[in-house]
Design a binder for this molecule. Sequence first.
Ligand SMILES: Cc1cc2nc3c(=O)[nH]c(=O)nc-3n(C[C@H](O)[C@H](O)[C@H](O)COP(=O)(O)OP(=O)(O)OC[C@H]3O[C@@H](n4cnc5c(N)ncnc54)[C@H](O)[C@@H]3O)c2cc1C
Length: 382
Amino acid sequence: MERTVQFSEGHQIFRESFRKFLMKEIGDRYPQWEAAGIVPREIWKKFGDNGYLLPWAPEKYGGAGADWLYSVIIIEELARFGANGVFVPLHNDIVAPYIYTYGSEEQRKRWLPGCITGDTILALAMTEPEAGSDLASIRTTAKRDGDAWVLNGQKTFISNGHLSDLVIVAARTGGSDAPPHHAMSLFVVERGAPGFTRGELIKKIGLKAQDTAELFFDDCRVPADNLLGPEGQGFIFLMQKLQQERLVCVLASQAAAEKCLEITIDYVKERKLFGRPLSKFQNTQFLLAELASQVTAGRCFVDELINNHAAGKDVTTETCMAKYWICETAIKVADRCLQLYGGYGYCTEYPISRFFIDGRIQTIYAGTSEVMKLIVARSMGL
Ligand SMILES: Cc1cc2nc3c(=O)[nH]c(=O)nc-3n(C[C@H](O)[C@H](O)[C@H](O)COP(=O)(O)OP(=O)(O)OC[C@H]3O[C@@H](n4cnc5c(N)ncnc54)[C@H](O)[C@@H]3O)c2cc1C
């Protein structure tokens, strides 16, 4: 079926160029980055040099002023390539939009150009050891002291935790009596801020090339100018940006599921056992037919969401449905496809193994499947 997203010829050319870029600049180097637990900074610069960072940013900050479909292409192609630890989508479409939407003109001019060239890498620090799904219960505090804010607390599981030069940190600015939704503010903490340190890389089962770390704020002084938007609006800002954050996960999961199916169809045609191709066994055919049906249904849903989101519509509930269902489906597709590879599917040499292990996170971060179901149930008046 043809996609219902209207990609122009310009988009198609961009997709082709980006595919070639990934082949050339990442190619077969990715396993080395997995072993290191981090991707090299130079790859970020290359993304920047080629216009793949914040393509949507207006020209006055150094961007291309492109529409959101260019971001969609970058997310989809990175996922299809399997370079899941290159956390450019987090930088482009999750963190930078906070600076663009809620930052003052002075803050935008100060920070966005470096984000576009790749000199400045972004992270978003919400989660704490005692506050993941229950974001309102964070304990990190920020107190005003003259011309600075003083942050104290700890964050965990922060993506781009070591690479990041700017971290948007959610901290409590209201007292314990403040209503939870007005007790939080967002601060931009810069690399080298006094009292800001980073922990060791967290060892994970997947996304091995992505530097996930704990961050510590110990009387960390941040200039008053680094408050993002008005004091007390942090929680509301985070909620407002969740639709796009979750869509990023949905787009990546859908693209990964499609790629899994493609490579598995190729594999079962090649692999011979009991004197015939694996593709000729009825189990293989039924299984792949089932998975293809689900992936195709997913594509219709996802494209509808892309169109609605690009048109500026509120699809919060539908995005939660997709975050739950598309991400769970992608995990199932990778698992069932891996089964068709037999022992080879368990070997890291075969890309299917990376789709299986890296995809597992998608139902956990940016709101777990359970939290998604809670939101959907609430929208049904339950
Ligand atoms: C690789 C990785 C990268 C990450 N990157 C970032 C990042 O860049 N920035 C950031 O801030 N965070 C990041 N996170 C954190 C991530 O968003 C949290 O792990 C996630 O929100 C879940 O929180 P938690 O781990 O504390 O689990 P918990 O909140 O403790 O959840 C445990 C279980 O309880 C379930 N649960 C929760 N609430 C309910 C409920 N009301 N009813 C029923 N069940 C419920 C959950 O679904 C889950 O199954 C990352 C995590 C990982 C693993």
